[in-house]
Design a protein around this ligand. Structure first.
Ligand SMILES: Cc1cc2nc3c(=O)[nH]c(=O)nc-3n(C[C@H](O)[C@H](O)[C@H](O)COP(=O)(O)OP(=O)(O)OC[C@H]3O[C@@H](n4cnc5c(N)ncnc54)[C@H](O)[C@@H]3O)c2cc1C
Length: 473
């Protein structure tokens, strides 16, 4: 059944060059990049904080895909700037730039602050508590968005819109052909008063119990160096499924890894820093078959119960957790991937796994290629694959770019959803939007070399010197 909503005049909130919808790490990178490229930019974010999954979702670990296997820095630009700023604040380890570091663990509270400062310094107008409800369409052109605020519905007109909502809300409503992936979601939680040194000592005494070859961690020796030399506590996600403490408890019927619609409560990964007495726990999965609010809300409540179930078990059974308690549960369920656009180009898993570099003429960023750990003993190759501009461009819709790693055009959809690539994509979408707005051309018709030149000016990495020469850059 449907109900008719009568047409009405909507108050105009702003007329600008670039509107960015969604203030996760992708959207923040997009807005900062657009403003730095000279565009008058507005960012709308439904939450009261910036950072999305990385903050409201408590996912305080930037997967270290900045370096290839040889330690060459192949993701730079805004991604690196965010990390550098976190390091200055003591919110990340200064020794992150090593191939031995699987993830750059960060203080999620300070990430909120760093993103807000970067937006403010760039001159972006930030509107929190503002939902991008639907695109304003003129035929197949997106001309802005209707937004919902506490003061009612408003309109924002923009020369170009960047959809960084994660689930590509605007692209889907604009009529772009979409793909749906039933990805997974997890509710992260943070435990305080944790004695990580005690847990490290436990593994030192029983190194054979440390999981090997998971989540970019090779084994105990690497884990130990990260803890002792870099202050990073990185126990791989999924590690609990190979950890005797959890597995023995499951065998004894003391721990049940399934609860309602959630499973693998034993999949714990732990992320901490030496100078904080807290650790993020990543431990449960839900299959996202729908974004219907009733269902998502029910699962989120179930996941909150599950967080306490896991935390109570850890307090009783995991060394170093005797005094611990949950200081915070993520306010947002962390959704990995669901909707993705069909773009002008689609990046495939084969490109990401090639044993040779993969080049695209319209490269807007690079990422280390993935190696098969079970065959090579390495997680990455010493070369990269290019990310083409076409993955940001939704088919059949104009005036819109998608800038979130969760929803650009990829198969599989999760290929480049890590935070480091999210910021690469966001930065590229922001610069492209700014240039298209300035030149009065649709993003699809933008001169890619001018986009690449501006990205290089903004510190992005698009390839080594030889490759840049080949591209005429
Ligand atoms: C459980 C989990 C674990 C992960 N682990 C890691 C990891 O260890 N390392 C790593 O690098 N990456 C990890 N990732 C991936 C990475 O964290 C995310 O892909 C990335 O943070 C997504 O950023 P984003 O800005 O593209 O999207 P999001 O973070 O989803 O941001 C979207 C933003 O848009 C807002 N929004 C949504 N809809 C609207 C709307 N209609 N109007 C206005 N605002 C809207 C949201 O509130 C949010 O702030 C993980 C992801 C999850 C879910």
């Amino acid at each position: 059944m449907t109900v008719y909503e009568p047409g009405r005049e909507i108050e105009l909130l702003a007329t600008i060059d670039v509107l960015v919808a969604g203030g996760g790490v992708s959207g923040c990178a997009a807005a900062v990049a657009a403003a730095r490229a000279g565009a008058e930019t507005v960012l709308v974010e439904r939450n009261g904080v910036l950072g999305g999954v990385a903050t409201a979702g408590l996912m305080a670990n930037i997967g270290n895909l900045l370096l290839d296997r040889n330690g060459r820095l192949v993701i730079r630009g805004i991604t690196k700037e965010v990390i550098d700023r976190l390091v200055v604040r003591g919110a990340a380890s200064a020794q992150w730039a090593s191939r031995e570091v699987p993830g750059i663990v960060v203080d999620s509270e300070q990430l909120k602050l760093v993103l807000a400062r970067m937006l403010r310094e760039a001159g972006v107008r930030v509107l929190n508590y503002t939902w991008a409800a639907r695109p304003i369409m003129e035929g197949s052109w997106v001309r802005g968005a209707f937004v919902e605020t506490k003061e009612g519905r408003r309109a924002i007109l923009a020369s170009v819109v960047v959809d960084a909502t994660g689930e590509a809300d605007l692209a889907a409503r604009a009529g772009c052909p979409m793909r749906w992936t039933s990805g997974t979601a997890s509710l992260e939680f943070k435990m305080g008063r944790v004695h990580l040194e005690e847990l490290y000592n436990h593994f030192k005494e029983h190194p054979e119990t440390f999981p090997v070859g998971m989540d970019m961690v090779k084994g105990f020796a690497e884990f130990e160096r990260n803890w002792l030399e870099r202050g990073i506590f990185f126990f791989p996600h999924g590690g609990g499924t190979k950890w005797d403490i959890f597995q023995q408890a499951i065998a004894d019927g003391v721990f049940i890894p399934r609860r309602g619609e959630l499973w693998r409560l034993d999949a714990v990964g732990l992320y901490g820093l030496r100078w904080l007495d807290s650790v993020i726990v990543n431990s449960n999965f839900w299959r996202v078959e729908t974004l219907a609010p009733e269902r998502v809300s029910r699962v989120q409540m179930e996941a909150q119960e599950a967080c306490y179930y896991v935390a109570d078990f850890m307090k009783k059974h995991v060394p170093g957790f005797e005094d611990a308690y949950i200081v915070q549960m993520a306010s947002d369920l962390g959704i990995r991937v669901t909707r993705g656009i069909e773009g002008e180009a689609t990046l495939t898993g084969e490109s990401a796994r090639e044993s040779q570099p993969v080049f695209f003429d319209d490269v807007i960023g690079c990422r280390p290629a993935v190696a098969d750990y079970s065959r090579t003993g390495e997680f990455l190759w010493g070369h990269t694959f290019d990310i083409p501009y076409g993955v940001l461009l939704p088919r059949e819709v104009e005036g819109l770019l998608v800038g979130s790693g969760k929803s650009v055009s990829c198969q599989p959809q999760e290929l480049i959803r890590g935070m480091s690539t999210c910021m690469v994509l966001g930065q590229a979408a922001g610069v492209a939007a700014a240039l298209a707005a300035k030149k009065g051309v649709p993003p699809r018709k933008l001169d890619v070399r001018s986009l690449q030149r501006t990205l290089l000016e903004q510190g992005a990495y698009l390839g080594d010197k030889e490759r840049l020469r080949e591209l005429g850059l």
